[in-house]
Design a protein around this ligand. Structure first.
Ligand code: FES
Ligand code: FES
Length: 170
């Protein structure tokens, strides 16, 4: 833990250090700030969307230490010392991650509001289980809500990613 306390005009701030998309970053956060606030407002990572703000819709999903989490319900100070991955951290050397390309190729990119969270939930699944069944994909994405369309292309995109990674031989 790297937390240090500071009082600024009567408000207690905590200094946290975390790794975001492979880089060590520090931030001063109040006790009421959430991880989503830090990512969007302090570091400009606007792929992280706020929908419900209550852990129900998955729009704010990021990967923390390999697990998909709703960043709207994680207090910022609890992210101290942890490793955070957002959509912005997926591309490498200007190349999209295979999961991003598969979402495009399978027409799974829909409104843009739910998509980043869907991608991060799917990425977390594939990091642990590189060859998931359609049922396992559905279960992993159960917390990611789309209000306007179906999930078929999204599940296709995750399956396609698994096939392209090359571990999956079905
Ligand atoms: S905005 Fe975080 S789960 Fe809906
Ligand atoms: S909420 Fe994103 S496509 Fe419906």
């Amino acid at each position: 833990m790297h937390i240090r306390l500071a009082m600024i005009v009567g408000v207690m701030f905590l200094k946290i250090e975390l790794k975001i998309n492979g880089k060590f970053r520090t931030a001063e956060v109040s006790a009421s700030e959430r991880l989503i606030d830090v990512l969007r407002q302090k570091f400009g990572l606007v792929s992280v969307k706020e929908g419900c703000g209550a852990g129900e819709c998955g729009a704010c999903t990021v990967i923390m230490d390999g697990e998909a989490v709703c960043s709207c319900v994680v207090p910022a100070f609890q992210a101290d010392g942890h490793d955070i991955l957002t959509v912005e951290g997926l591309e490498e050397n200007g190349e999209l991650d295979v999961i991003q390309q598969s979402f495009i190729d399978c027409d799974a990119v829909q409104c843009g509001f739910c998509t980043p969270g869907m991608i991060m939930s799917a990425k977390a699944l594939l990091m642990k289980n590189p060859c998931p069944s359609r049922e396992e994909i559905r279960t992993a994405l159960a917390g990611n809500i789309c209000r306007c369309t179906g999930y078929v292309q999204i599940i296709d995109a995750v399956e396609t990613t698994a096939a392209r990674i090359g571990v999956c031989r079905r």
